[in-house]
Write a protein that binds this ligand. Structure first.
Ligand code: GLC
Length: 746
């Protein structure tokens, strides 16, 4: 019945149009029939030059014009990667003071990466997309996937660690989850934005092979597998050109080799030149005249590089409109995929389901680094429990730069511990230290430390909650850290607490690595990441055994800053505003540690558990894999399918031999025994997280195919594999290899 009415209406509507001489050349689309491309083409054909120019640059801090005359809505963009940022003023870096924009604060992306659980990445994106949709934002400015190259980078916490394969596997489901709500994810910062100091000045110099094997894979996966609808170009230069209009990165690779059909958005203030913006693939200009953080200039939007200056070049006949039409087509495509999507959902905001997802992610992201019998605690065993640390009583998700949030909820760890313990024991608190900006050291630090150490002597157990926070010069955008050690004189405090009471549990927040000179004296160390809205609940539940930690480090925690190549080679220089040469090439993170035989404090992929696992005998379906001809980017579907038939299967049983349900993360690394180009000793190519009940045996299963064995040959500009022997290593971290199998590529 319902369909017949629509049909009658449609016929009468068409007849009415023909009666009134509707021109045959302008088809009328029935809403459900026209494809996005048809609708884009139709609208493009109707636009004036001014309307086209209006579509490709900002009209406010976070929005760009639509076409009211044709019913095309505006674009509304919002940070950030972990939640929908509180509403900004129209044209200033300030809060609009709304009272209905407090969101679900999700854990930062190093925490998500530390779960090694792609399903959680999808759930993460789903929450983020639903909240952005509900807040009427059609672009969410995340995820960030820049590689962890130096531990002092202020934004490591916003990214997914040091390994391109892990980041690639976690970024795809995140994007799919977001875009299900008809919100565009915006993978960033494309590319080579691996430090904050002088981020908008430095010129990164890196060889092609390293670019393709280390710094691009997560972006490539976002485009080719995630189908991301927008990409944010980064502030820095590459090959001497600003990345916001970089011919090599945007025209040749992103839109050329990968066939990206979405929108390239500038970082805020990253656009520097009209002609380059026209020619080199920038589609949407934002924040010109600002530094993306605080500095603003009274820069009228018509003065943007791609506003009147562009229009004047067209009107003066200096440039044509071919590039403009391509930019407009992409912006319209994003609008039809999002705000004008025919099945656009309503979204949802700050729901119990969203908080539950936040908890589940934080729960699987916490990493147990050390435990000599102290954890999990039984609250009834103690009369006095002392909690120490500024981070125990501080909201952490409300800072960090553009990723800052106004959390509708953030459970503080001290509150959660008090709630869990109830009247089983007395819970006391000593701040121990106070956070401060460099150069503004408060004069009460010694007193705070002495008080906490004294209290520790009289407590049965001490729970220290410290680490970094999200202030400038810590885990925060715009500045790098000033050193590798923990800030706010925590090393002295931690040493004092461990001396005063050996039953001290260290729970350290952060999204990057830092030194731990006291770690041999500590019985239990938990890398607490940042848990967002459920931060305290998760840490308390880890402490008292409601959660069995299952996180694995997505980055290497080396003993010293100089254990990292960017420092060992003297490359990182906070005063350098010019060329930054990535001399270490492929060898970042565990690749470097293996190459230089450096034993890190806690290796990539490391994490302990409250239970225990036994690994059985591995098996391999065949150890001979047929290679195929070289494939030049991008892989076409047919080649990929053809290659599917050449997979080998690897399996290994894992048994939970402990008393608690827990998860093992079996990691598969590959080594090319002989290659005509140097290759790292091992590279992560698969992983499998197995949750097992006590006594249960599960099977970690992997399928490897030929292109997992490839490397990028810059001379051929192609991914190639080389016949011969490979080693397949199965490990529970990059340093703890349990089994090695041989594979021959024929
Ligand atoms: C900032 C950041 C970027 C953010 C944008 C908008 O400078 O680099 O990640 O999305 O500007 O706030």
């Amino acid at each position: 019945m319902c369909h017949r009415i629509i049909l009658i209406f449609a016929l009468s509507y068409l007849m009415a149009l023909s009666l009134y001489g509707q021109s045959k050349s302008s088809p009328v689309y029935l809403y459900d029939e026209a494809s996005v491309e048809e609708r884009v083409k139709d609208v493009l054909s109707r636009l004036t030059l001014q309307e086209k120019i209006d579509l490709i640059h900002a009209q406010s801090k976070f929005s760009s014009k639509g076409v009211p005359r044709l019913g095309i809505p505006e674009n509304w963009l919002s940070d950030g990667p972990f939640g929908v940022r509180p509403e900004n003023l129209w044209d200033k870096w300030g809060s609009a003071g709304w009272t209905n924009d407090a969101c679900t604060a999700l854990p930062p992306l190093t925490c998500l990466a530390a779960t090694w659980n792609p399903e959680l990445a999808y759930n993460y994106g789903k929450v983020l997309g639903e909240e952005a949709r509900y807040r009427n934002k059609n672009v969410i400015l995340g995820p960030g996937v820049n590689m962890f190259r130096t531990p002092v980078n202020g934004r490591n916490f916003e990214y997914m660690g040091e390994d391109p394969y892990l980041a690639s596997k976690m970024v795809v489901p995140y994007i799919r989850g977001v875009q299900e709500s008809k919100v565009a994810a915006c993978v960033k910062h494309f590319a080579l934005n691996n430090q904050e100091t002088h981020r908008s000045k430095i010129n990164v110099i890196v060889d092609d092979r390293t670019l393709y094997e280390i710094y691009l894979p997560a972006f490539k996966a976002a485009v080719l597998e995630g189908g991301v609808w927008s990409v944010m170009a980064s502030y820095n230069r590459y090959k001497g050109q600003f990345c916001c209009h970089n011919e090599y990165l945007i025209n040749n690779i992103l839109k050329g080799e990968w066939g990206f059909d979405g929108v390239v958005v500038s970082d805020w203030g990253g656009t520097k030149d009209t002609m380059q913006a026209i020619r080199n693939g920038l589609d949407l200009e934002f924040g010109t005249g600002t530094d993306g953080m605080l500095m603003d200039s009274d820069n009228p939007y018509d003065a943007y590089f791609m506003a009147n200056p562009y229009k004047n070049l067209i009107e003066d006949g200096v440039v044509g409109t071919e590039e403009l039409d391509d930019k407009v087509r992409r912006v319209l495509r994003m609008i039809f995929r999002t705000n004008m999507a025919k099945d656009r959902p309503f979204g949802s905001f700050v729901s119990e389901e969203h908080f539950k997802t936040c908890y589940d992610i934080a729960k699987e992201g916490v990493v147990l680094l050390k435990n000599e019998g102290l954890l999990p605690l039984n609250a009834s065993d103690y009369k006095t429990i002392l909690v120490v640390g500024d981070n125990a009583s501080r909201t952490l998700s409300n800072a960090g730069g553009s990723s800052m949030l106004k959390p509708a909820k953030e459970v503080l760890t001290l509150d959660a511990i008090r709630k869990y313990v109830g009247d089983k024991a007395e819970v006391k608190y000593a701040r121990g230290y106070q956070a401060y900006m460099p150069g503004y050291e408060p004069d009460n630090l010694d007193l705070l430390r002495q008080e906490a150490v004294e209290e520790a002597k009289n407590a049965d157990v001490v729970i220290y909650v410290g680490g970094l926070n999200r202030w400038s010069y810590q885990d925060c955008e715009g500045r790098d850290r000033l050193g590798y050690e923990l800030p706010f004189q925590q090393d002295a405090l931690i040493a004092g607490l461990l001396e005063a009471n050996p039953n001290t549990v260290l729970m350290l927040h952060g999204g990057t690595s830092f030194s731990m000179p006291w770690r041999d004296k500590a019985k239990s160390i938990v890398y607490a990441m940042y848990g967002g809205s459920e931060n305290g609940s998760v840490l308390s539940d880890v402490l008292f055994g409601e959660i069995n930690p299952s996180g694995r480090l997505p980055f290497t925690m080396a003993e010293y800053l100089d254990d990292y190549p960017s420092h060992a080679l003297g490359i990182y220089d906070p005063d350098n505003k010019e060329d930054v040469v990535y001399e270490e090439g492929l060898y970042i993170g565990y690749r470097w540690m293996n190459e230089k035989d450096i034993k890190p404090m806690y290796p990539f992929g490391f994490g302990l558990t409250y239970t225990g696992f036994e690994w059985g005998e591995p098996s391999i379906s065949s150890n001979r894999l047929k290679s195929v001809q070289e494939v030049v980017l991008p892989d076409s579907d047919s080649e990929a399918k053809a290659r599917d038939s050449k997979k080998i299967k690897i399996r290994i049983p894992v048994t939970n031999i402990g008393e608690m349900r827990g998860a093992e993360v079996v990691q598969l690394y590959v080594r090319d025994v002989e290659a005509y180009l140097p290759r790292p000793e091992k590279e992560l190519k698969r992983f499998c997280k197995l949750w097992l009940e006590p006594g249960e045996t599960g099977i970690a299963e992997f399928e490897l195919q030929e292109d997992d064995l490839r490397f990028f040959d810059p001379q051929k500009h192609a991914w190639v594999s080389e016949k011969g022997e490979f080693e397949i290593m199965l490990g529970s971290s990059s340093e703890d290899i349990r089994e090695t199998l041989k594979l021959i590529l024929v």
